[in-house]
Design a protein around this ligand. Structure first.
Ligand code: PMV
Length: 358
């Protein structure tokens, strides 16, 4: 999609509220490495979650005398200068794309349904929710979009805030980045993945909290390390090939192929972290114990369960919804011992962002 200019003038005295909730996502094929401006070095595919949400509400008023941003930001009811600065910088960067923002006063209120220290990607849901609100405002004041274009635009805008947020705009599975075999795919925005086998519907994600707390390496620092990582070219190639292979796996309903590919991707992501300069060891002893136990359990029982990892020590246990009971028993009896205070967050494939405003 090209950056569109508005085709209507903003209403002179627009005031109003927009409100959306947007889920986080967990990547199956990972995005790690980017080029300006927020374009991925390889395509990625993720599972949109259901319960890990950011709710964002923007109260706005239009004032033609204003020139420049006027934004207040609250997170979970409190002023949050650090996050507020990030949001302001992001909005500044959007002024050419969304000129109507120059004349708006905005009060942004945001909250998450999941704890900050859970290792769930809060930038994906936060930037996703913000982008949905911004495009809602744009469609009221500047440009009317068809439904498909609206979501595409939101994904484009979300991408500029956080690459992985571009994927949170769609339910189920989403793909971001130009990829062979996926004709609609683009580096500029994500697309919904359709045509996958019904056996993947409702897939579960139980997040085992091995280490709560802030990330040891920020995403932007991590992406930058890929510029000099000696293995990065091979890694980008591997991700591209994995995406091509995954298309067939998803269409055929090959759960075991899916698990093998997903685990390879998780370990590859961490291999990149370990081989950067500086190298990061993000897995903890508990992480390795869990990964080992999952593989043994799968070998012993044939259960459709596997793992993936984000940029941290916590483990996402991904499994077939039909095997929920057996996997929950396995978590309780064998894996909880490695989790801080027995903490696990149960989530699953979700339906995408939801609008709350009238
Ligand atoms: O969207 P960012 O810049 O926070 O990068 C996300 C990177 C990973 O979470 C590690 C992988 C991914 O594809 O989501």
């Amino acid at each position: 999609m090209t950056e569109r200019e508005s085709n209507r003038k903003p209403e002179k005295k627009a005031t109003g509220t927009v409100e959306w909730s947007c889920p986080s996502n967990i990547a199956i094929v990972k995005y790690w490495g980017k080029k300006p401006v927020q374009f991925p070095m390889n395509p990625s595919l993720s599972l949109t979650l259901r319960n890990a949400l950011t709710h964002t509400r923007i109260d706005y008023s239009y004032d033609p005398r204003l020139e420049g941003l006027q934004v207040g930001f609250r997170f979970e009811g409190k002023r949050n200068p650090a996050f507020g600065d990030r949001v302001s910088r992001y909005l500044e960067g959007l002024l050419t794309l969304m000129p109507f923002l120059r004349h708006l006063r905005m009060e942004i209120d945001s909250s998450n349904t999941f704890p900050h220290s859970s290792g769930i990607a809060s930038s994906a849901s936060a930037m996703g929710a913000l982008a949905m609100c911004l495009v809602s405002m744009e469609s009221r004041m500047a440009y009317v979009y068809s439904s498909a274009d609206f979501f595409r635009r939101a994904s484009y805008v979300a991408r500029l805030g956080s690459g992985s947020a571009s994927r949170s705009i769609y339910p189920g599975l989403a793909l971001w980045g130009a990829s062979d075999g996926w004709p609609e795919s683009s580096d500029e925005f994500a697309i919904p993945v359709t045509g996958y086998h019904r056996c993947f519907d409702g897939m579960k994600d139980s997040i085992l909290i091995v280490e709560p707390g802030q990330k040891k390496v920020s995403s932007s620092a991590g992406h930058a390390l890929m510029d000099t990582n000696p293995y990065s070219r091979t890694r980008f190639q591997q991700a591209r090939e994995n995406l091509r292979t995954l298309k067939g796996i998803l269409a055929e309903g090959d759960w075991h192929g899916f698990i093998d590919l997903m685990e390879e991707e998780a370990l590859s992501l961490h291999a990149m972290m370990m081989t950067g300069r500086p190298g990061y060891l993000l897995m903890q002893p508990g992480t390795l114990s869990i990964l080992g136990r999952i593989r043994e359990f799968r070998k012993e029982t044939g259960t459709r369960v596997g793992f993936t990892l984000d940029a941290g020590a916590n483990v996402h246990l991904i499994y077939d919804m039909g095997q929920e009971r057996v996997v929950r028993d396995f978590i309780g009896s064998e894996l909880l011992q490695y989790c801080v205070e027995n903490r696990v967050i149960h989530d699953e494939m979700g339906a995408g962002p939801v609008e709350k405003s009238q």
